[in-house]
Design a protein around this ligand. Structure first.
Ligand code: CA
Length: 227
């Protein structure tokens, strides 16, 4: 998953980037609105955290522009004070939620996870897909109730495919959402990760959790089951 953090306070921005990177996010950072606009045009974005008080463009203005341009990724705004008007303006511009500074990272993270659940169409952090269960907040996967050992990239690949469950995801989309800009984007690497994931999730070869759609990409084929 790829996140954009727009915050002119360098200390806070770096702290947020470090926190969410450790949670498996690819984080793009922008100090100003112009940089944020550029990143949104050039790179995909699964979620944005936007400080409303930016030095060049008001955060509200930035969000309005994105929405007018048809960008639908969830936006969480950071407001400097308990100013209800600013929050209302942010929400009216198209933000999905807000957090008032100062805040605990745990609260921000919980709100980020909630927005992602909504976009994914999930109601819980843990989802059972028959024998496979994924806990999206703990970043763990189990098969028949036995925890699987996945590397960070394997987990991120699986989580992204599951996030887009039912739709075909190209290798390009996977690399763009899972790697930093400067990372070597070799589609063979994706094939290796998917191959390993299949062996771990489906050692018997009967479940077919990740389908290959010839010439198009991959599709996460498991369907959530009520516990
Ligand atoms: Ca600010």
């Amino acid at each position: 998953m790829r996140m954009l953090v727009v915050e002119d306070d360098a200390r806070l921005r770096v702290r947020l980037a470090a926190h969410f990177s450790a949670q498996g996010w690819v984080v793009d950072e922008a100090q100003k609105g112009a940089e944020a606009d550029y990143l949104v045009r050039e790179f995909p974005c699964d979620l944005a955290i936007v400080d409303l008080g930016l030095p060049d463009v008001p955060g509200v203005e930035l969000i309005s522009r994105w929405r007018l341009a048809g960008q639908v990724f969830p936006v969480l705004v950071l407001t400097a004070r308990a100013d209800w008007q600013e929050k209302v303006q942010g929400l009216e511009a198209g933000a999905d939620d807000y957090v008032t500074k100062p805040f605990y990272l745990e609260e921000l993270e919980a709100r980020v996870n909630a927005l992602l659940r909504r976009v994914s169409g999930r109601t819980t952090e843990r989802v059972d897909y028959g024998p496979v269960a994924i806990d999206f907040s703990a970043r763990t996967v189990s098969l028949n109730n036995v925890a699987l050992e996945l590397t960070a990239y394997e987990y991120n690949t699986l989580a992204y495919l599951a996030h887009r469950a039912g739709t075909v995801v190209s290798k390009t989309e996977l690399t763009e959402h899972l790697y930093q800009q400067d990372h070597d984007r070799d589609s063979n690497v994706i094939e290796v990760f998917v191959g390993r994931l299949r062996r771990k999730l489906d050692p018997g070869g009967q479940l077919q959790p990740i389908e290959t759609v010839r010439g198009a990409g991959y599709r996460f084929a498991l369907v959530p089951v009520a516990r």
